[in-house]
Design a protein around this ligand. Structure first.
Ligand SMILES: Cc1cc2nc3c(=O)[nH]c(=O)nc-3n(C[C@H](O)[C@H](O)[C@H](O)COP(=O)(O)OP(=O)(O)OC[C@H]3O[C@@H](n4cnc5c(N)ncnc54)[C@H](O)[C@@H]3O)c2cc1C
Length: 256
């Protein structure tokens, strides 16, 4: 273009870079991008049309409605998930339910078919793919109550004795940190013993002094996550939480 030409002169559409052809895969990829950057609430036909520089009507040729779009997004995301198999190739899945304490007692877990049906009933109306993780389970369902110690539990020093791992700070599994904490406790206890040669009592006191606040912080996270996962807008809030981890990791990588 001649630089002397007035900037508001009509501009031929042919000068614009050609738009990539629409396709179902392209629409789903754009939806995954919007989900990752803006959240599920923004994955709408209108927002995607804007993202793909087209009109919403063009998208309906490839995806019938928002439900179908969300299902396709779920498919795309599930395809990326590494389910982490056991050494014998099995996949273990967990279902967490917030229910009255007696609820587990109302199900006969020795009858795997009946137990499966009872658990599946909680997921009526859900997509068949996540339901298949229960419906197609080959092993028995193992019921467990989730227990937790009060956040910040401490005790008076008892000479010669201490606790570590779940025995010291049992919490719900919703921070996914119990095993990490148990191993960290072990390493810290060993360090304290090495740093206080011949004085076990000083070593145990020093270990506990650091272990109590460390455990309390994670127990609070765990309790907070439990409330989040069973509370309103759990899906969006969980998404925001994981997106926050990504941002924190990116910032940390940039600083290192
Ligand atoms: C569903 C679920 C998911 C979880 N997910 C995660 C996760 O993603 N990440 C994570 O970090 N943590 C997770 N955890 C927590 C983690 O499993 C525990 O925090 C961790 O196993 C605690 O280790 P521990 O050695 O303290 O206790 P345990 O693993 O309970 O080990 C204690 C051992 O002592 C044995 N024992 C008990 N009494 C006696 C006795 N009298 N004599 C001899 N032996 C005895 C028990 O049989 C057991 O083997 C999860 C927990 C659950 C329930």
């Amino acid at each position: 273009m001649n630089s002397a030409e007035p900037t508001n002169s009509p501009r031929s559409r042919r000068e614009r870079p050609a738009k990539p052809a629409l396709s179902r895969d392209g629409i789903v990829a754009a939806a995954v991008h919007v989900l990752r950057t803006e959240g599920l609430g923004k994955v709408t036909m209108r927002r995607l049309a804007h993202e793909l520089d087209t009109g919403p009507a063009s998208l309906y040729v490839y995806v019938r409605n928002t439900d179908e779009l969300h299902a396709a997004v779920l498919d795309a995301l599930l395809a990326e998930v590494d389910l982490g198999r056991e050494v014998d190739g099995r996949i273990h899945t967990y279902v967490a339910v917030r229910a009255p304490e007696e609820w587990l007692g109302t199900i006969d877990f020795s009858d795997t078919g009946a137990a499966r049906a009872a658990v599946l009933a909680l997921f009526d109306g859900w997509d068949d793919r996540p339901r298949a993780l229960i419906a197609d389970a080959t092993g028995p369902l193992v019921p467990r109550h989730i227990h937790a110690l009060p956040i910040g539990v401490e005790w008076e020093r008892v000479p010669g004795v201490t606790l570590l791992g779940d025995a010291a700070h049992l919490m719900s599994p919703f921070a996914g940190e119990g095993a990490n904490l148990a191993m960290f406790d072990g390493a810290e206890l060993a360090r304290a013993i090495v740093e206080h040669p011949g004085d076990t009592e000083a070593a145990l006191a020093s270990y506990e002094k650091e272990m109590f606040p460390r455990a309390a912080e994670t127990a609070a996270d765990s309790a907070g996550n439990l409330t989040l996962m069973f509370g309103p807008d759990a899906q969006q809030r969980l998404f925001d939480m994981f997106a926050g981890f990504d941002e924190a990791a990116t910032e940390e990588a940039a600083q290192s």
